[in-house]
Design a protein around this ligand. Structure first.
Ligand code: KG4
Ligand code: ZN
Length: 329
């Protein structure tokens, strides 16, 4: 079969990214411009600033992606772009750029679901990985336990009923006085702490999650214990949050009898979560997959991976397609 080269674009939150991906799994380039330094001083992503930054950077990252992959527009077969979920103004920048290119180059436009992108980062990292498997998607905006049945069929087994896990990490970091984004800072501080705060580990009859109770417990603890040790609070929070995830993944593995589990999304970079997933896999005698941190957080290579499989599946869009902020998996 002829090679399919995808130019992929991602702009759903605060990373402006473009990548060139061959046949869904071979990354020829992966350019990411992170706006984190700009949003840092506000303690979170400011949507209007994000859109403006995307507008300024989008053409630059696309040019860089082509240059680094050593290809020209003529070599591109399909254009893939995130069309949801995410910040609507941010999504529109990348999607509009993709539409313009698809029109000018007369190439198919493949609209990509961002959450599916996080899951597909696993295919880039692990060339031999094939569905079915259970994937735990943990990001700043999402916490989904997904049964990946094939490249196009997904069953959401459970999701958060309140905060996403990344949101909880960021909020805890702010509560104990660490910076933004808090996840990596909590991860680092927790390594020197002790799990001595007794935070709750809520689990339910189904596979859903709730992190707002753990987050509130952290806030109450720091209010009551003025001399708290940052490292201990981070460690106790991280142990509680990851225990809840592991409990649900273990139940899903046993119920669905799968032999592979995977992590996806920005929080998949968390060292304790990776270790606990690996331990669970060893105990259950199954395989554990996890992308490198650079393709765990938002990037366009993962969007190129989805675009390839969706294109083979005939999922090409009309150029009138709109971005969908609350698109579900
Ligand atoms: O997937 P992502 O880049 O953006 C969304 O689509 O949401 O995820 C960003 C989230 C942030 O909440 C950040 O704090 C968290 O991932 N994160 C981490 C770590 N690295 C990034 N959380 C815990 N431990 C980490 N090492
Ligand atoms: Zn994301």
């Amino acid at each position: 079969m002829k090679d399919i080269i995808c130019l992929a674009i991602e702009s759903s939150c605060d990373e402006t990214a473009a990548a060139v991906v061959k046949n869904g799994r071979e990354v020829l380039s992966n350019i990411i411009f992170s706006q984190i330094d700009i949003h840092k001083k506000y303690g979170g992503v400011v949507p209007e600033i994000a859109s403006r930054q995307h507008t300024e950077c989008i053409n630059i990252v696309i040019e860089e992606a082509l240059k680094e992959a050593n290809v020209t527009f003529d070599d591109i077969d399909i254009i893939g772009a995130t069309y949801g979920p995410g910040l609507i103004g941010a999504l529109l920048v990348g999607l509009s750029a993709a539409k313009g290119l698809a029109y000018a180059l007369k190439k198919p436009l493949v609209p990509v679901n961002h959450i599916k992108g996080h899951i597909f980062a696993n295919f880039i990292q692990n060339k031999d990985l094939e569905p079915p498997f259970i994937c735990m998607v943990v990001s700043g905006g999402h916490t989904h336990l997904v049964n990946v049945k094939s490249y196009s069929k997904f069953e959401i087994l459970g999701k958060t009923m309140d905060d996403a896990i990344g949101e909880a990490f960021d909020k805890v970091a702010r509560t104990v006085g660490l910076g933004y984004p808090g996840g990596p800072l909590v991860d680092k501080a927790a390594k020197d702490g002790v799990d001595n705060c007794n935070f709750p580990r809520p689990v339910f009859d189904n596979f859903n999650f709730s992190f707002s109770g753990i987050k509130t417990a952290v806030i109450n603890y720091t209010n009551k214990n003025k001399e708290f040790k940052v490292e201990d609070v981070c460690r106790s929070f991280e142990e509680a949050a990851t225990d809840v995830i592991i409990t649900n993944v273990r139940r899903a593995v046993e119920k669905y009898n799968v032999d592979k589990i995977a992590l996806a999304g920005g929080v998949a970079a968390n060292s304790m979560l990776r270790e606990k997933m690996q331990k669970l896999a060893s105990e259950e005698n199954i395989k554990f997959y996890c992308p490198d941190p650079i393709i765990c957080t938002d990037n366009a290579a993962m969007i190129g991976a989805v675009a390839y499989y969706d294109y083979l599946d005939g999922k090409v869009a009309e150029l009138g397609i709109n971005a969908t902020a609350n698109l579900s998996l």
